[in-house]
Write a new protein. Structure first.
Length: 470
C-alpha cells in the first residue's frame, strides 16, 4: 500500500470499478466517483491523480479537468477516453492533462501510465515548492542572475540601500553598474525621491558644470534664465555620477567642496543652495590607479568611495548566461515581433564558453542580432556573430584586461571560467533557463522549447533535474 490517493471518475460504474480494482491491486488508495461534481467536492483530499472519464452526462470531462487544474494544479489528471475521441484527448493535454488512456484499459499499460504520471507530479511538486525561492533568486530589481557572484552583489545592495552613505560601483563596461545604482535607489527609503544621473564623460567640462550645478541668469552669453542643476533636482534622492573617472580636475574640486559643505552656488551665483543627496558613482576604470596617476583627487576619492560594490564580469558568473539568454529572448520578442523558441544546445555551449569582453551589453546585442538572423524560430550556431562562432576554436583562457581590479574580490566562481562546459551541459542549461523563464511551469517550459512534455520530463530525468534543481 502506498500513500498515493487516486480518484476514479466515471458515470459507468463497471468501467470505473475495473480501473479502481486494477489500482487497488497495485497497492494504491482509491476513491471512486460517478460524476464530475462529486469528485470536485472531494478535491480537498488532495488526490495525486484523477482518472477522469471524458464523456459524462452531468459535467463533461474537459470541464472537470479545467476545474481541477484551477484548484489543484499539482494533481495529475489522466483522461479516460474511447477510441473515437482521441482528438478531444489531445485537447485535454493542452488543457493540462498529464496523459490519457483508451478504453478498454489494458491493466499493465494503465498502471504504467499511473506510475509515470506519479513521477511527473512529484517533480512538479518539488519544483513548485522551490518556485518562491527561485523567483527571488533569479531576478533582483531587474537584475537577472542567480550565480554566487551576482548574489554577492545583491547582498551588498541590501546592506547599503537603507543608509545614506556614498556608494562607488566599479566593474567592466556593460556589467550592469547602472542597474545596480538604480537598484540601490529604488529599493531604499528614498525610492520616491528623484534618481538623477549624469554622465561625466559625455559632456564638455563647462557644460557638465552647468548641468550639475545650474546657472544664474546672465552667468554667460546665452544664459537667458536661471537654470537649476541636477544637484538641485536630486535633492532628497540620489545623484548618480556615471563615468566619474572622466571628470576634470577642476570640476572635481567643485564636487569635493559640495560634498564637504553640502551646499553649492549655481554658476554665476553667490547664493548658497543646500541640498541633501546620496552620491552613487561608477566607472569602468580603476579609480585608485587614476589617483596614483594624478588624474583623480585622492580627497575626493575617499569622499565618494565609502562603500564599494564590485560588479563581476559575465565570464566570472557563467551560470547566469543561459538565464540572461532566456530573459533577453523574451524581452526582444515583442520588440522584434519575432518568436524564438530556443537556442540550440550547440549555440548555447559556445555562448556559455565565450569570454564576453563587453559583458551583458554584448550578450544583449548578440541575442538581438541572432534573433534577426534566425528564420527558423531557433538560434543555431550559424546565427551567432562571426567572432562568437570563431571563439569555439579558441581555448578558454582568461582575458588580459586593459583594466585590472587588483582589489576585486576573487571568488571560487572565477575558476569555472576554465572548465569547458560540455554539450550536455548546454542542454541542461537550456532546460533550466526554460524552467526559470516560465516560473517552473513544465507545460510552458516545454512549449517554449517546442518539445513535448514527455520529452521534457525525459530530459529532466537524464540531467538529474527531476530530483534536484542543480
Ligand atoms: N544582470 C542583468 N540583467 C538584465 N540586464 C542587464 C544585466 N546587466 C546588464 N544588463 C543590461 O545590459 C546593459 C548594460 O548595463 P549597464 O548600462 O547597467 O552597464 P554598465 O556597467 O553601466 O556599462 P558601462 O560601463 O558601459 O556604462 C543594459 O541594457 C542593462 O539593462
Ligand atoms: Mg553605465
Amino acid at each position: 500500500m502506498t500513500d498515493d490517493l487516486i480518484f476514479v471518475v466515471d458515470d459507468e460504474p463497471e468501467v470505473g470499478g475495473l480501473l479502481a480494482y486494477y489500482l487497488e491491486k497495485a497497492g494504491y488508495r482509491v476513491e471512486q466517483f460517478s460524476s464530475g461534481p462529486n469528485c470536485l467536492k472531494a478535491l480537498d483530499q488532495n488526490p495525486r491523480i484523477v482518472c477522469l472519464d471524458m464523456h459524462m452526462p452531468e459535467m463533461d470531462g474537459l470541464e472537470v479537468l479545467k476545474k481541477i487544474k484551477d484548484r489543484n494544479s499539482g494533481t495529475g489528471v489522466i483522461m479516460v477516453t474511447s477510441n473515437n475521441t482521441v482528438d478531444t484527448a489531445v485537447q485535454a493535454l493542452k488543457l493540462g492533462a498529464a496523459d490519457y488512456i483508451i478504453k478498454p484499459a489494458d491493466q499493465e499499460k494503465f498502471i504504467g501510465t499511473i506510475k509515470e504520471v506519479l513521477d511527473q507530479t512529484r517533480v512538479v511538486g518539488q519544483i513548485r515548492s522551490l518556485e518562491k525561492d527561485m523567483k527571488q533568486a533569479f531576478a533582483y530589481k531587474n537584475i537577472i542572475g542567480e550565480s554566487p557572484a551576482i548574489k554577492n552583489v545583491f547582498t551588498q545592495i541590501e546592506r547599503v540601500k537603507d543608509s545614506n552613505v556614498n556608494v562607488y560601483i566599479h566593474g567592466e563596461s556593460g556589467t550592469g553598474k547602472e542597474l545596480v545604482a538604480r537598484a540601490i535607489h529604488f529599493s531604499g527609503p528614498e525610492q520616491n525621491r528623484p534618481f538623477i544621473d549624469i554622465n561625466c564623460s559625455a559632456l564638455a567640462e563647462s557644460l557638465l558644470e552647468t548641468e550639475m550645478f545650474g546657472h544664474e541668469k546672465g552667468a554667460f552669453t546665452g544664459a537667458i534664465g536661471t537654470h537649476r542643476g541636477k544637484l538641485e533636482l536630486a535633492d532628497g534622492g540620489t545623484l548618480f555620477l556615471d563615468e566619474i573617472a572622466d571628470m576634470s580636475l577642476q570640476l572635481q574640486v567643485k564636487l569635493l567642496r559640495f560634498l564637504e559643505e553640502k551646499s553649492f552656488e549655481r554658476v554665476g551665483g553667490t547664493k548658497k543652495i543646500k541640498v541633501d543627496v546620496r552620491v552613487v558613482s561608477a566607472t569602468n576604470k580603476d579609480l585608485q590607479k587614476e589617483v596614483e596617476k594624478g588624474n583623480f583627487r585622492e580627497d575626493l576619492y575617499y569622499r565618494l568611495v565609502v562603500f564599494t560594490i564590485h560588479v563581476p564580469p559575465l565570464r566570472e558568473r557563467r551560470d547566469d548566461i543561459p538565464l540572461l539568454c532566456g530573459y533577453l529572448l523574451n524581452k526582444f520578442k515583442d520588440e522584434l515581433n519575432k518568436e524564438i523558441s530556443h537556442i540550440s544546445p550547440d549555440a548555447m555551449d559556445i555562448m556559455n564558453n565565450y569570454r564576453w569582453p563587453g559583458n551583458v551589453r554584448q550578450l544583449q546585442n548578440v541575442i538581438l542580432q541572432s534573433m534577426l538572423m534566425s528564420q527558423s524560430g531557433i538560434i543555431e550556431v550559424a546565427h551567432l556573430p562571426q567572432e562568437i562562432q570563431k571563439s569555439r576554436q579558441e581555448p578558454v583562457t582568461p582575458l588580459k584586461e586593459s583594466v585590472s581590479f587588483e582589489d576585486s574580490p576573487s571568488d571560487d566562481n572565477s575558476k569555472s571560467d576554465f572548465h569547458k562546459i560540455s554539450l550536455d551541459e548546454g542542454e541542461k542549461q537550456t532546460l533550466l533557463s526554460a524552467l526559470k523563464m516560465t516560473n517552473w511551469n513544465i507545460s510552458e517550459a516545454s512549449n517554449l522549447l517546442s518539445i513535448s512534455r514527455t520529452t521534457f520530463y525525459r530530459k529532466l530525468k537524464k540531467h538529474g533535474l527531476s530530483q534536484s534543481r542543480d
